[in-house]
Design a binder for this molecule. Sequence first.
Ligand SMILES: NC(=O)c1ccc[n+]([C@@H]2O[C@H](COP(=O)([O-])OP(=O)(O)OC[C@H]3O[C@@H](n4cnc5c(N)ncnc54)[C@H](O)[C@@H]3O)[C@@H](O)[C@H]2O)c1
Length: 271
Amino acid sequence: MEKRRVAIVTGGASGIGYALCEKLVSQNVFVVITDINHELGRQVEEKLNKETINARYQHLDVTDAESVENVVKEVYQEFGRLDYLFNNAGIAMYGELYDTTLDDWKTIMNVNIWGVIHGTNAGYRVMKQQGFGHIVNTASAAGLGPSPVSAAYGTTKHAVVGLTTSLHYEAEEFGIKVSALCPTFVDTPIFEKAKAIQIDKDVIMKQFQKQKMMSPEKLAKLTIDGIHKNKVIICPMPMRRTMDVFFTLFPVAHRGLMRLVCRVSRNARLV
Ligand SMILES: NC(=O)c1ccc[n+]([C@@H]2O[C@H](COP(=O)([O-])OP(=O)(O)OC[C@H]3O[C@@H](n4cnc5c(N)ncnc54)[C@H](O)[C@@H]3O)[C@@H](O)[C@H]2O)c1
């Protein structure tokens, strides 16, 4: 009988990570849910283990390289395999660049860039040893273009896209698949939790509420479909291709849209 597949999901206690854990379990994958939110993590573990044992929660702060490496190695030793590693944990931040301090930069870079590097570094080595596996790094559509008034967030997500798309080709030689997940607006608590630097959060939240949000469950389904196709970039944005073509043909329209985003966010600036 073939052994059960095993996945590690960082930031698995909430939003996209949680939906990915649920979807993986529905496909008979054993999931190691990792997060810094102990309480939510335990709740997710309980939900996923209602019928049979499908998952376990493990506290893990992705900014801690040693802990990430230990978790990856322990899972590999225990199960003898690591099929999927989702480096998904992330935080958001809004603010003008001149309001963003170096500490703000360090905070977001530690989670969104270093967290992904720590996971990728540890997971890639283990997968190279076993000769298979799929690493999925959650970036964002903000990693594919400008994100005015949240440049720090956009910077981290561009870095994740750069790392992931490069590794996609480097890793092929060793039988390892690597994909960048680039969602747009997904209905999760990330917007509410994000640090707003000198920005009126209520105004920003009202703007977000006008956006059509995708459910995390739908995103998880599209992500798993993308994984099965071994896509380099999984970008489940409706109309993505149409928009790409439109903005390539009419770059002025794209500039106009970015200026509008800038104006709207600037109107929310606290003076
Ligand atoms: N929601 C969206 O619209 C959207 C769009 C594009 C990209 N993303 C990305 O998707 C990922 C998941 O976000 P989400 O929307 O599900 O948000 P979320 O806030 O619901 O989930 C993020 C999870 O990451 C965990 N986390 C934060 N810092 C951590 C750390 N240092 N170590 C371990 N875990 C940590 C949080 O506790 C939380 O459970 C993020 O990387 C985010 O940037 C989200």
